[in-house]
Design a protein around this ligand. Structure first.
Ligand code: ATP
Ligand code: MG
Length: 273
């Protein structure tokens, strides 16, 4: 089955000559929850900027629902793929929070009533409705990040791509975000995040992609997060719950847990003896 996002042999060089992507090939199926991990400078943000046409491929192909992104359809692609930038200062610019979130839906030509509903729903989802009359540049960084996320939610895209979504969010904001992403996924949306948070990736993702030095090191399930050679090569670390159970799992010949739920099951099993 063809993926809803397909990338073939993608290369990208910045103006200063930095080769940020060196032949990336990936396929992502509809409805997946994908976490992209890899060290600083690996190429994660550069890759994500290709998924809604902000960067166009210099070499290679990016397809969304089978359609190749090029300079003539990049605008249509943006209504299908919503991207939350790593830095909200690159994204949030309107005079008020409300205007900022309404910008996308208004540009899509939606009726005023529909725009108002979408903005209200999106701002409530990220806990920023009370701030709707405020100037975005007077908000804290985490609040700006929430507004940037709301801006993409209000567009209701089929594919939602978030670059470091939980960075700068407080713990409640982080778990709310996971709830929002899971609800959207249940509606059938495909979600990709770039993150350094291996614990979140282990708990949340159905598919893991590891990138280093502009190349894909691995793509697979969350078991990749406890593959020692890969974790070391990509400068990651084991999820905390896996670290806690590492010796116990070896001693009792049990699979190494990736998630808190798996860890709890092991504890229950052991304490029953
Ligand atoms: N505007 C730019 N001009 C030149 N080089 C750039 C630019 N943006 C990124 N790079 C370079 O491209 C490479 C990939 O950067 P990118 O931002 O995609 O990495 P990343 O995996 O998102 O890192 P991080 O985890 O720090 O967000 C790095 O070597 C970086 O220095
Ligand atoms: Mg980045």
């Amino acid at each position: 089955m063809a993926g809803c996002l397909e990338i073939e042999n993608l290369y990208f060089k910045y103006h200063d000559g930095t080769l940020a992507l060196k032949g990336v090939s990936l396929s992502i199926e509809k409805g997946e929850k994908v976490a992209i991990l890899g060290p600083n400078g690996a190429g994660k943000s550069t890759l994500l900027l290709h998924l809604n046409g902000i960067h166009l491929p210099q070499q290679g192909v990016v397809r969304v629902n089978g359609v190749e992104i090029n300079s003539s359809n990049e605008h249509q692609v943006r209504s299908k793929v919503g991207l939350v930038f790593q830095d909200p200062d690159d994204q949030v610019f309107a005079p008020t929070v409300w205007d900022d979130v309404a910008f996308g839906p208004l540009n899509m030509g939606l009726q005023r009533q529909e725009v108002e509903k979408r903005v209200a729903d999106a701002l409530q989802a990220v806990g920023m409705w009370e701030y709707r009359h405020r100037a975005p540049h007077h908000l804290s960084y985490g609040q700006k990040k929430r507004v940037a996320i709301a801006g993409v939610l209000a567009m209701d895209p089929q594919i939602i791509v978030l670059d470091e979504p939980s960075a700068f969010l407080d713990p409640v904001g982080q778990s709310n975000l996971v709830g929002i992403l899971d609800d959207l996924n249940k509606e059938g949306k495909t979600i990709l995040i770039a993150t350094h948070d291996v614990d979140m990736a282990a708990e949340w993702a159905t598919s893991i992609i590891v990138i280093k030095d502009g190349r894909v090191l691995a793509q697979g399930g969350t078991e990749l997060l406890v593959q020692q050679d890969l974790v070391e090569a990509a400068g990651l670390r084991f999820p905390l719950v896996s670290q806690v159970f590492r010796e116990t799992a070896v001693k009792y010949d049990l699979p190494l847990p990736c998630t808190v739920e798996e860890g709890k099951k092991i504890l229950l099993k052991l304490t029953r003896h």
